[in-house]
Design a protein around this ligand. Structure first.
Ligand code: WT7
Length: 656
């Protein structure tokens, strides 16, 4: 349902102009102004980014070289020194913003807390000193496995402050998934909490960390710093584990930000790819700081009086760039919410908007579709008149959901920015600038100034207007990932070789299918690789398959996505069993749970189908296209003559 079709795109004629009052007060006020910026940036990207870097950020030392491009490896603002935590905190303290709310936190169940810039700065300094006391040095890696509480952001900024790279692991990931990341990133200290609230239950985060570390699971980890949140009993291992509130009493509030090289690693964030285990996407300091800063400023059109709320979790890139770094670098008030919409509290998002007078709201299509199902009476019973701008991210938004968002949440007055980007891009690449670019429901519209996006074929040639192709980026940009942690070859292979470089010209391959219409508007169709998108979460089918075959009953597994009305896609697993095991409802349950344990609840298959064999081509490749068709319940058509065993099809179909 969410994967747009060519027909739906070609038929979409609705165009929404920015309201005049919005444009007049906007950062970028007209299509013309956008065009000028875009053209300037295209003509001289380095000058464009350098001017912004100079204007928008504080540097301890200016760079010598704007861009050093040794394809596919880029370095931005080489020789420059800065600290993103300084740009997010210290520089606001000498202005009126010192006592402005930096972070408004709405917790579960009913907790809340507001930190001004001065208070946030103080806590970050203490946290940074605590990390130092635990032996963390510049260049070390620190994992953050936390609920959505202020300390998650504080820990990130504290790492940045002392030049340690963080790797935030989403609190919904299992102990097993956590361990893989701790090992891959060679993590020295883990920051966690006793527990966190997720949909009315307490998640035992510290216990998961203990499990990940058991039996020398992650040998580099020396200490675990535990924040008290839910106050349940946890085991503390002497010498290894420390309570944050205890350490906080011992450390000073003074911790100057370390001047970091522009290219110093800021963080690693793991994301799923087509093959193998998740990749550690590496982002560095200067380019990322600039790119998240300026995209936040122009796309969310932030005013100093705005309350801004992005509903993502800090465990994902959206939380990194658009809850923490982008908004704080701009001196904005950013809302952080621990809860999630659920049957017991279907109006929770609208309550938060009403309570804090949120002006700019950024969420995902899957959430919007869930709200549509709950009925418009729920948001209509709240006062949402503070809203002036809406955003969406994570997957293509179907026009019906866009129109509902526009009408019911935006009261037909708020522009919608549909923002296309990825963990790898660091920040938003294609989006409307809300005061300048008219929107079309379902299109992310136009590339950000300085982003040379193009739909191409596999030779790298641009395709005609409205023709399908691959989304590519033709020139490096400051927020781009620098490498896969510990595996530069994988970086090259995953992103720079699908489209073969021509004449030494490398282009970035995003892994998304897209079209560009006659007006230059981009319509992103979705992943073209074996990555599926479940409720805005990116999952590698291979990872789920590996999780399944690690269960003793499973011989072979193939995982595909099936369209789902709310989540966009749902995981469907086709499984063959080892000789002695037989298919049963209990085994289905057990396998779902097993995937939950190996990866996390987000990866649990919605459906498991047992089969005698999987359909394969004569060369032994699993026919995924066929499985996708079967999973979605459609009739299998087209050529199946390469099927190794046509009888297989019958059993697979019956199982469903
Ligand atoms: C993939 C990246 C960075 C945002 C959170 C997801 C899909 C993201 C859109 C959009 C169509 C979108 C793409 C992309 N995607 N935003 N506005 N329209 N598709 O980050 O986990 O790295 O996933 O999400 O398929 O490749 P991610």
């Amino acid at each position: 349902m969410t994967q747009p079709t060519i027909e739906s795109i070609l038929q979409e004629k609705r165009l929404f102009h920015p309201p005049a009052e919005f444009s007049q007060a906007a950062q970028i006020r007209s299509l013309e102004e956008y065009q000028n910026l875009y053209d300037q940036a295209k003509a001289n990207p380095e000058q464009f980014w350098a001017e912004l870097a100079e204007q928008e950020l504080h540097w301890f030392q200016k760079w010598d070289t704007v861009l050093d491009w040794q394809p596919p490896f880029a370095q931005w603002f080489v020789g420059g020194k800065l600290n993103i935590s300084y740009n997010c905190l210290d520089r606001h303290l000498t202005t009126w913003r010192k006592n402005k709310a930096a972070l408004i936190w709405e917790g579960e169940p009913g907790d809340s807390r507001t930190l001004t810039y001065a208070q946030l700065h103080r806590e970050v300094c203490q946290f940074a000193n605590a990390l130092k006391q635990l032996g963390v040095k510049t260049g070390d890696r620190v994992a953050i496995y936390m609920p959505m509480i202020p300390e998650a952001a504080i820990a990130m900024l504290a790492c940045a402050r002392i030049g340690a790279a963080h790797t935030v692991v989403f609190g919904g990931f299992s102990a097993e998934a956590l361990k893989d990341r701790l090992v891959d990133a060679e993590v020295k200290v883990v920051v966690t909490a006793d527990g966190g609230w997720r949909k009315d239950v307490v998640v035992p985060l510290k216990a998961q960390v203990d499990k990940a570390l058991a039996n020398g699971g992650a040998p580099n980890v020396r200490h675990v710093l535990v924040v008290r949140r839910t106050a349940q009993e946890v085991e503390m291992e002497q010498d290894r584990d420390r309570w944050w509130h205890e350490l906080q009493q011992e450390v000073s509030v003074d911790c100057p930000a370390e001047p970091m090289d522009s290219e110093a690693m800021l963080f690693i964030l793991y994301t799923s790819g087509t093959t193998g285990k998740p990749k550690g996407v590496v982002h560095t300091t200067g380019g990322y700081n600039l790119f998240t800063h300026i995209t936040t400023k122009w796309i969310f059109d932030l005013k100093d009086t705005d309350v801004y709320w992005c509903t993502a979790d800090v465990g994902w890139i959206t939380g990194h760039s658009y809850i923490v770094y982008g908004p704080l670098s701009n001196g904005a008030t950013t809302v952080m919410y621990e809860g999630a919409p659920r049957p017991s509290n279907p109006g929770c998002f609208w309550d938060v908007i009403e309570k804090y007078g949120v002006n700019v709201f950024y969420t995902a299509p899957t959430a919007i579709r869930a709200f549509i199902k709950m009925g418009e009476e729920i948001p209509k019973a709240r006062n949402l008149s503070s809203l002036r701008l809406l955003g969406t991210v994570g997957e293509p938004i179907n026009p019906e959901a866009w129109m509902w968002y526009h009408r019911v949440i935006g009261g037909e007055r708020c522009p919608i920015v549909d923002t296309w980007w990825q963990t790898e891009t660091g920040g938003i690449m294609i989006s409307a600038l809300p005061g300048a670019i008219p929107t079309k429901p379902g299109s992310a519209t136009l590339p950000f100034p300085g982003i040379m996006a193009q739909v191409v074929d596999l030779e790298g040639s641009p395709v005609a207007a409205n023709a399908g192709g691959y989304l590519s980026i033709q020139h490096p940009w400051p927020g781009m990932m620098r490498t896969v942690y510990g595996d530069p070859e994988r970086f090259r292979k995953s992103y720079w070789e699908h489209i073969p470089p021509r004449d030494g010209r490398y282009v970035y391959f995003a892994g998304d299918g897209a079209r560009c219409d006659q007006d230059g508007y981009f319509w992103v169709m979705g992943r073209i690789d074996d990555v599926i998108n479940v409720a805005g979460h990116r999952l590698g089918t291979m990872e789920i398959e590996s999780a399944l075959v690690s269960h003793p009953a499973v011989a072979e597994a193939a995982v595909v996505g099936k369209p789902d009305e709310v989540k966009g896609q749902e995981v469907v697993a086709f499984v063959t069993l080892e000789g002695t095991h037989s298919a049963s409802e209990d085994l289905k349950k057990e396998l779902k749970q097993h995937v939950g344990q190996e990866i996390g609840a987000i990866a649990r298959p919605g459906e498991i189908r047992f089969a005698d064999a999987l359909p394969k081509t004569r060369s032994g490749k699993i026919m995924r296209r066929l499985l996708r068709t079967l999973a979605s319940g459609e009739a299998v058509s087209g050529d199946t003559s390469t099927l190794e065993d046509l009888g297989v099809l019958e059993t697979l179909r019956k199982e469903g």
